[in-house]
Design a protein around this ligand. Structure first.
Ligand SMILES: O=C(CO)[C@H](O)[C@H](O)COP(=O)(O)O
Length: 262
């Protein structure tokens, strides 16, 4: 029941519900990964059922692809679709310029490719994700399995010369084993504390051999949809400068996502 939803869950739902309204019939839509994106997939699935909404979706993870198919959304591959009208995804942090840290769910590589291949990226987030400066959330970096300890050393050494507070890189674990991404790689989480120059860091990280991609999304996000615990939603479009506010409260539904580990 909705009474079981925590304020954070209501905030995620509200942001997802608002963003689902951006999706129009016939669109090619990128679907993000994580608990907020899971609410979006649920909302879109309802529109598919109730309104006969027809979209072509590209998922950013196997997890999202499975969920989308379960709610009746047609999922295609980016290889087939090539370009998208819109991607809607969550974030771990966003700043005032709508630069992001993503990859908390380990899907940053596909998320960045899909978002970059979209005319527009909309981020849905609860209000705890807003920060003055990126970096408190450990920055995920997807790396090849080959030579990973060497990549880790190279990253830590490189970070010493940059405007960050910390330089520790820790391999992400899934239980006792290393976390494996959908692309068969691993994740190093960089504990930076504060990132003084995110634009510079995003470029430099990808110069380190073994790094596949990093979780800094610079100049990719166009619209932020922020949800609050009372169901209020603020939408800000960084290109037009327009903002609006609305409120969305969940119908009595079970919260199927909170404990899903996404
Ligand atoms: O980047 C991501 C997955 O790789 C997610 O979008 C990010 O971790 C936010 O997740 P949530 O909505 O569960 O807080």
């Amino acid at each position: 029941m909705s009474a079981d939803l925590s304020p954070i869950d209501i905030a995620k739902f509200a942001a997802a519900k608002r963003a689902s309204g951006f999706v129009e019939d016939g669109m090619r839509v990128g679907l993000g990964t994580g608990s907020t994106a899971a609410w979006l997939v649920k909302c879109l699935g309802e529109r598919v059922q109730d309104e006969g909404l027809e979209i072509t979706a590209v998922a950013t993870s196997s997890q999202t692809a499975k969920q989308a198919q379960e709610v009746g959304i047609k999922v295609s591959s980016l290889n087939d679709v090539k370009w998208l009208d819109l991607t809607i995804d969550g974030a771990d942090e966003y700043d005032d310029e709508l630069n992001l840290i993503k990859g908390g769910g380990g899907a940053l590589l596909q998320e960045k490719i899909v978002a970059t291949a979209s005319d527009r990226m909309i981020v849905i987030a609860d209000s705890t994700k807003k920060v003055a400066t990126l970096g408190a959330f450990p920055l995920p970096v997807e790396v090849l399995a080959f030579g990973m300890p060497t990549t880790q050393l190279l990253l830590e050494e490189m970070l010493n010369g940059l405007d960050v507070m910390g330089n520790k890189a820790t391999p992400r674990m899934a239980g006792d084993a290393l976390f494996v991404t959908d692309e068969g790689n691993h994740i190093l989480d960089l504990h930076l504390g504060r990132i003084g120059n995110a634009r510079q860091l995003a470029l430099i990280l990808n110069q380190v051999p073994g790094v596949v991609e990093n979780g800094l999304f610079i100049d990719i996000c166009d619209v932020i949809v922020t949800g609050y615990g009372d169901g209020t939603v603020e939408t800000r479009d960084i290109n037009s400068g327009e903002t609006d506010t609305a409120q969305f409260l969940p119908e009595p539904v079970e919260n199927v996502f909170r404990d899903a580990g996404v």
